[in-house]
Design a binder for this molecule. Structure first.
Ligand SMILES: Cc1ncc(COP(=O)(O)O)c(C=O)c1O
Length: 401
């Protein structure tokens, strides 16, 4: 992974969420802060505003894309700046090079969650001034949605030596991480200190599955990119589709950023708006036969209970859809959701490597179904209600105290 990302060392961990949490713990402590784009994965935003806060670490969210706004949020207690390659799910690409200049001028590292960059296949942020990269390996790296894992890659670019006052953990007289390991000091801190303390180890069978996944990464990503471009164009022609957000489209606001920072294609996640809003989206997801709902309804014991497993996956070989407003982002207020572009009518689509005609056929039959309200509607209304109830329990602030 370090080689694929152009880094100097890496640390494999038990999940992408563990990679995010461990990176925070490696760099910040009570009384510190960090700066993050508001356009991050729902789980990360939950960690930033919940877990980090519990540890006494403040996350300063930046709403705009302007490097000056990030600069203004940094002070002498700031330990890093956090962005995503193509933000999940708002499909925003920030200007890494400009942000890296700002961060380095202020003496803090720039960190990128490069999950959507597919292990360096579509994007190598370290080549563009990013210092540390994290991944949810659960997605394209494993590639089949069977294995949970995470990776932290040290770019070896940040000089912890000249910023000793801000980062005393690299200058502890006992461990002397900077003196002994220099460019690999951050990875070593993750491997031998944070991993040891948190126990977020990647299990050996999971590591094996992820390595098998990596063997086919390039072939899968090539097909992901082709299918995604074709589906994005096709969706634009569908009468039920109100809008499509795909960074490969020349009229996407971040298409220039995509041309600059992505290679070999424009990734494999797009979002689209469905006429019919919140309810129409939920009904559309349920009507799909081949395409899988990433946040699923399952009936583990009997048909009496329907519970929602909100694992919010993407990057599988199989095409996955998600209705963020009712699942991954349900814990965020409608106003804040609107701020990060998660509208009620938004479907997030992770395009798989199936034959393109199978994907289109499944979508076509689902579009046809949601045109006719029938009995199915009552069942789905009930499911939406249950989903909301369960999510409000799962995601309510008190659930995490
Ligand atoms: C961008 C991003 N980062 C981190 C995560 C968390 O990863 P994991 O599910 O492996 O814990 C996800 C999960 O969806 C993600 O999309």
């Amino acid at each position: 992974m370090a080689a694929l990302e152009g880094g100097v060392a890496a640390c494999a961990v038990s999940s992408g969420s563990a990679a995010v949490a461990m990176t925070i713990m490696a760099l910040a402590g009570a009384g510190d802060n960090f700066v993050s784009s508001i356009h991050v994965h729902g789980g990360s935003s939950h960690q930033f505003s919940g877990l980090a806060k519990q540890m006494g670490i403040e996350c300063r969210f930046v709403k705009s894309r302007g490097p000056n706004d990030f600069a203004a949020a940094i002070n002498d207690k700031t330990k890093f700046v956090w962005v995503e390659t193509i933000s999940n799910p708002s499909n925003m690409i920030l200007d890494f090079e400009a942000l890296s200049l700002v961060c380095h001028a202020k003496g803090v590292p720039l960190i990128c969650d490069n999950t959507f960059g597919c292990a360096g296949y579509f994007c190598r942020p370290i080549d563009h001034g990013v210092d540390i990269v994290v991944h949810s390996a659960t997605k394209w790296i494993g590639g089949h949605g069977t294995t949970v894992g995470g990776i932290i890659v040290d770019g070896g670019t940040f000089n912890w030596g000249i910023h000793g006052e801000r980062f005393p953990q690299f200058h502890d007289p006992q461990t002397k991480l900077w003196e002994r390991f220099t460019r690999r000091a951050f990875a070593i801190r993750c491997q031998f200190e944070v991993l040891r303390d948190t126990g977020s180890t990647l299990s050996a069978p999971s590591a094996q599955q992820l390595l098998i996944g990596l063997e086919s990464l390039a072939v899968r990503c090539e097909r992901h990119a082709q299918n995604t471009a074709e589906v994005a164009n096709w969706l634009r022609e569908q009468p039920l589709v109100a809008w499509v957000s795909y960074v490969g489209h020349p009229d996407h606001p971040d298409h220039q950023g995509a041309l600059r920072y992505l290679q070999r294609g424009f990734g494999s996640v797009i979002c689209f708006g469905l006429r019919g809003g919140f309810e129409g989206c939920a009904r559309f997801c349920e009507a799909l036969k081949m395409v899988i709902i990433a946040a699923k309804y399952v009936t583990p014991f009997s048909c009496v209970f329907t519970i929602v497993i909100c694992f919010d996956s993407l990057g599988d070989a199989k095409t996955l859809v998600l209705h963020p407003a009712s699942t991954s982002h349900e814990h965020i207020s409608p106003e804040d959701r609107a701020e990060i572009g998660v509208t009620d009518d938004m479907i997030r689509l992770s395009v798989g490597i199936e034959h393109i005609s199978d994907i289109k056929a499944d979508f076509t039959q689902a579009f046809e179904q949601i045109l006719e309200p029938g009995e199915i509607r009552q069942v789905e209304d009930r499911k939406i209600q249950l989903q909301k109830e369960i999510n409000s329990r799962l995601f309510s602030p008190s659930a995490h105290l």
